[in-house]
Structures are given as structure tokens and as C-alpha cells.
Design a binder for this molecule. Structure first.
Ligand SMILES: *Cc1c(COP(=O)(O)O)cnc(C)c1O
Length: 340
């Protein structure tokens, strides 16, 4: 494979094989690997009219010992089940989800970036309503699809802290769909992120839509804070998407690094007292945040604008060490891809 792995960025590159299964007459078909990357559907498909779609995102890595591995794909399968239920879509069975991950990564093994390149193979499972729907109701027919695309190192030349702003828009409604991975949550965040970018910010901090006094998350990553005495604090709310990266970091902090971890409501008012702040998700693992702009009032973290704070750096190194097989993690976190 003639790719400059260090310089590919985070974009779509068409690979050879994808997995497709269709749901018709109340059942999922067997599923196949196909080279067909185009989808043909009715102009009135449920996904096109009423956005009935959900997705997942995970990565395959070449580990230090050369094995191709994924990180906790069982949690992605489980979360997609929750998303499907909330959106009145049929559940794609979790064991079949794992099987599809194995098949699609194995078939595209040439596309898995080498160990040490910083690049990874991003896996995108998703599902959508496909038959004509014009009166508002769930579709009857669905497609589950999973493609892969190599993505570059998220941080080229080190992780520089970013500046974010407190958004005046909300990401999720109370009792809405913020806790599931629905495309619609992203559609409604686009205006907010385009606005933030125009103003020179890298991301938005969304507050709880009910009272706008508590920290929720960004458009696609959960927050993690470090107190001045080294405790890891992550915001708790029913409208935050339960990040697998965030949950793994908290477990690593507690069980491997022996740190104190608190998962609780975080008031905007207390953010200025934290020592470090980061955003966590599959794409970047953790992106350090150096400054938050609250309507002209700046919150500057003591970790500064030059590099990751020491505690976040340690969490980052430990988690990526586990993902790449350099450090032994908890049982079952690393799922080896059998190469058929
Ligand atoms: C996917 C996603 C995350 C990150 O979740 P991971 O499982 O860590 O990748 C965080 N917030 C939102 C809104 C997301 O959609």
C-alpha cells in the first residue's frame, strides 16, 4: 500500500470491502462483504425524509507485536443497540456486529496502518431506514453497513491545547436523544460548530439545556477535568453520549494509576478551579483544552497553551499504550482480529 501514513489526515478514503446486511420482512439477512460502495434507494427513504439513522465509530490498530486489534468493540455493539431502540430501529445483534468488524477489517487488512505510524483504521458502522416513508413513522426496511477508512494521526507534531467557547446553542434536549449516537444530533450541531470556527474556536462546550449551569460535552467528545489535587472528574448527565474512551480512561485512572475518579454533575462555575481539561473520544483519544471562552470571560487552565497537562498526558500514554499492546489492560479490552 503506497500511502504516506503520517500525512493522511481525517478524511474518507475508499477502501476495498464493506459489510452490508439488509432488514426486510422483520429479519436481517445473512450479510455480505461487497466492493460496491454506492447505495441506491427510494427518493422517499425514511433516512432521507426523517433522519432515521444511527452510527458508531471505532478503530483497528496494528499492535506492537504485529497483531491487528480493535478496542472494546463489544461496547460499540451495545451502544448501537441502545441507539437503535431509541430510534425505533431493529437491533443488529451485537455478536453479528463483532463478526462484521472482524470480517471487514480482515478483508481490508492492507489498509490497516503499520504500528508506529500514528495512523489507524477507522471503522464506521451505521444503520438507516431505507423504504419509502412519508407519513411520520419508523421505516420497515433498514440497511446496516460498515466501512473502514484509514485516518492519520490526530495530532501532527504533538497535541497543542485548543481554545473552545461556551455555545449559545444546545446540543441535546432534556429527555431527548443526546445519549444515543444519532446522526440527527450532529445535524443540529453543524450550525453551532461552523459559527464557533468562524469566530476562531476549535470546539463548543455545550451546557445542560435545562438550566445552562452545568457542563455537558462538545459536539463529538466528552469532557474530562483534573482537579488541582489530581482527581479525575467527568460530567454526569442523561443527555451526554456515553463515550467509550471516557469510560475507559476513568477505569484506567482508578484501577491502573490508582487515581481518584468522580463521575458527577459539573457546574460551569467550578470549571475555573480545575488544573487540566481535555476532550475525549475515539478520534483523538484526548485533546487538551487550554482555554475556554465564556462570552468574553476567559478561563485559562494552569496547564497552559503549549502542551498537554501532566495528568492528561499520563492518561493518554496509558490508554494508547493499552490500545497498541504496549501495556496490559483490563481483561477483554483488546479484541484481536482473526485474519481469515
Ligand atoms: C461518539 C461520540 C463521543 C465519543 O465516544 P467514543 O465512544 O469515546 O468514541 C462523544 N460525544 C458524542 C456526542 C459522540 O457522538
Amino acid at each position: 500500500m503506497n500511502i504516506d501514513w503520517a500525512n493522511i489526515g481525517f478524511g474518507y478514503i475508499k477502501t476495498d470491502w464493506r459489510y452490508v446486511s439488509n432488514f426486510r420482512d422483520g429479519a436481517w439477512d445473512e450479510g455480505v462483504l461487497t466492493q460496491e460502495d454506492q447505495i441506491t434507494m427510494s427518493e422517499c427513504a425514511g433516512v432521507l425524509q426523517y433522519a432515521q439513522t444511527c452510527f458508531e465509530g471505532l478503530k483497528a490498530y496494528t499492535a506492537e507485536d504485529g497483531r491487528i486489534v480493535t478496542f472494546r468493540p463489544d461496547l460499540n455493539a451495545e451502544r448501537m443497540t441502545d441507539s437503535a431502540r431509541r430510534l425505533e430501529m431493529p437491533v443488529f445483534p451485537p455478536e453479528r456486529f463483532i463478526d462484521a468488524v472482524e470480517k471487514v477489517v480482515s478483508a481490508n487488512r492492507e489498509w490497516v496502518p503499520p504500528y508506529g505510524s500514528g495512523a489507524t483504521l477507522y471503522i464506521r458502522p451505521y444503520m438507516f431506514g431505507m423504504n419509502p416513508v412519508i407519513g411520520v413513522k419508523p421505516a420497515d426496511e433498514y440497511q446496516f453497513r460498515m466501512f473502514v477508512t484509514p485516518v492519520g494521526p490526530y495530532f501532527k507534531g504533538g497535541a497543542k491545547p485548543i481554545v473552545i467557547k461556551i455555545s449559545d446553542f444546545d446540543r441535546a434536549a432534556p429527555h431527548g436523544t443526546g445519549h444515543v449516537k444519532a446522526g440527527l444530533n450532529y445535524a443540529m450541531s453543524l450550525h453551532a460548530i461552523v459559527t464557533a470556527h468562524k469566530e476562531g474556536y476549535a470546539e463548543n462546550m455545550y451546557l445542560d439545556p435545562g438550566t445552562r449551569t452545568k457542563v455537558e460535552e462538545t459536539g463529538g467528545a466528552n469532557f474530562i477535568f483534573i482537579t488541582k489535587d489530581g482527581t479525575v472528574v467527568t460530567p454526569k448527565s442523561d443527555s451526554i453520549l456515553p463515550s467509550i474512551t471516557r469510560r475507559s480512561i476513568c477505569q484506567v485512572a482508578e484501577e491502573i494509576l490508582g487515581m481518584k475518579v468522580e463521575h458527577r454533575e459539573v457546574l460551569l462555575e467550578e470549571v475555573k478551579d480545575f488544573a487540566e481539561c481535555g476532550l475525549c473520544g475515539t478520534a483523538a483519544v484526548i485533546s487538551p483544552v487550554g482555554r475556554i471562552d465564556d462570552h468574553g470571560k476567559e478561563i485559562d487552565f494552569p496547564s497552559g497553551m503549549e502542551e498537554m497537562g501532566p495528568v492528561i498526558r499520563k492518561l493518554y500514554d496509558t490508554l494508547t499504550g493499552i490500545q497498541l499492546g504496549r501495556i496490559k489492560g483490563p481483561e477483554g479490552w483488546i479484541h484481536e482480529i482473526p485474519l481469515a
